[in-house]
Design a protein around this ligand. Structure first.
Ligand code: PRE
Length: 180
């Protein structure tokens, strides 16, 4: 009986120890929002291919940066420190789109139509909010460690994403600071 009580209480303690950090750890929601953002690039590339639009849209990029800086302020992040990260996300987004376009030259996508660009851009902004919020939460308990960076890299799995893209993203991510 004594042993059972001991076993149950140690299981309970182990649960308590694990439950806290796992629930409080924003690395999973952060990585899945990063993946979601990159997955959306298939629709962006498809729409641009259909409408003969260039991948790079610098006017849109300025808007994305401005929206992110606003979100950063609301989340307690230093708005200036998010700029290299947001730019890295857009660099990677462009690289992914170019890879889709290259792929479609020899194997066009069958029975598939891209979503409307306005809807897709709304979805991108929504993911940016989730991403910046998770980063804000994570920075409340300290900076991103090397282990966090490699954990995030390991969770990034969107199609057409290279290892160099992953490093570019996580390196820029670790430059983000909270507002002082
Ligand atoms: O909205 C677009 O047109 C995109 O291609 C997406 C995105 C982004 O990542 O937010 C990427 C590249 C463009 O230059 C502008 C914005």
């Amino acid at each position: 009986m004594h042993r059972i009580v001991l076993l149950l209480s140690s299981l309970f303690l182990a649960g308590a120890v694990f439950a806290g950090p796992v629930l409080a750890n924003p690395i999973l929601p952060l990585s899945s929002a990063l993946n979601e953002r990159m997955l959306i690039m298939k629709d962006v590339a498809g729409y641009k291919a259909e409408h003969h639009l260039p991948v790079e849209d610098l006017v849109r990029e300025q808007k994305v940066v401005a929206l992110a800086q606003e979100e950063a302020r609301d989340t307690g992040l230093d708005p200036q420190s998010v700029v290299p990260f947001i730019q890295a996300q857009m660099d990677v987004a462009k690289a992914i789109q170019y890879r889709y376009l290259a792929e479609w030259l020899s194997s066009p996508e069958q029975n598939w139509r891209p979503k409307n660009l306005d809807d897709v851009r709304k979805a991108i902004s929504d993911q940016d909010k989730v991403i910046l919020n998770s980063i804000g939460q994570r920075l409340l308990v300290g900076r991103f460690s090397e282990q966090d960076k490699s954990e995030i890299s390991g969770l990034l799995n969107a199609p057409n994403l290279s290892d160099a893209d992953k490093s570019h993203l996580v390196n820029a991510l670790s430059l983000i600071k909270r507002r002082t």
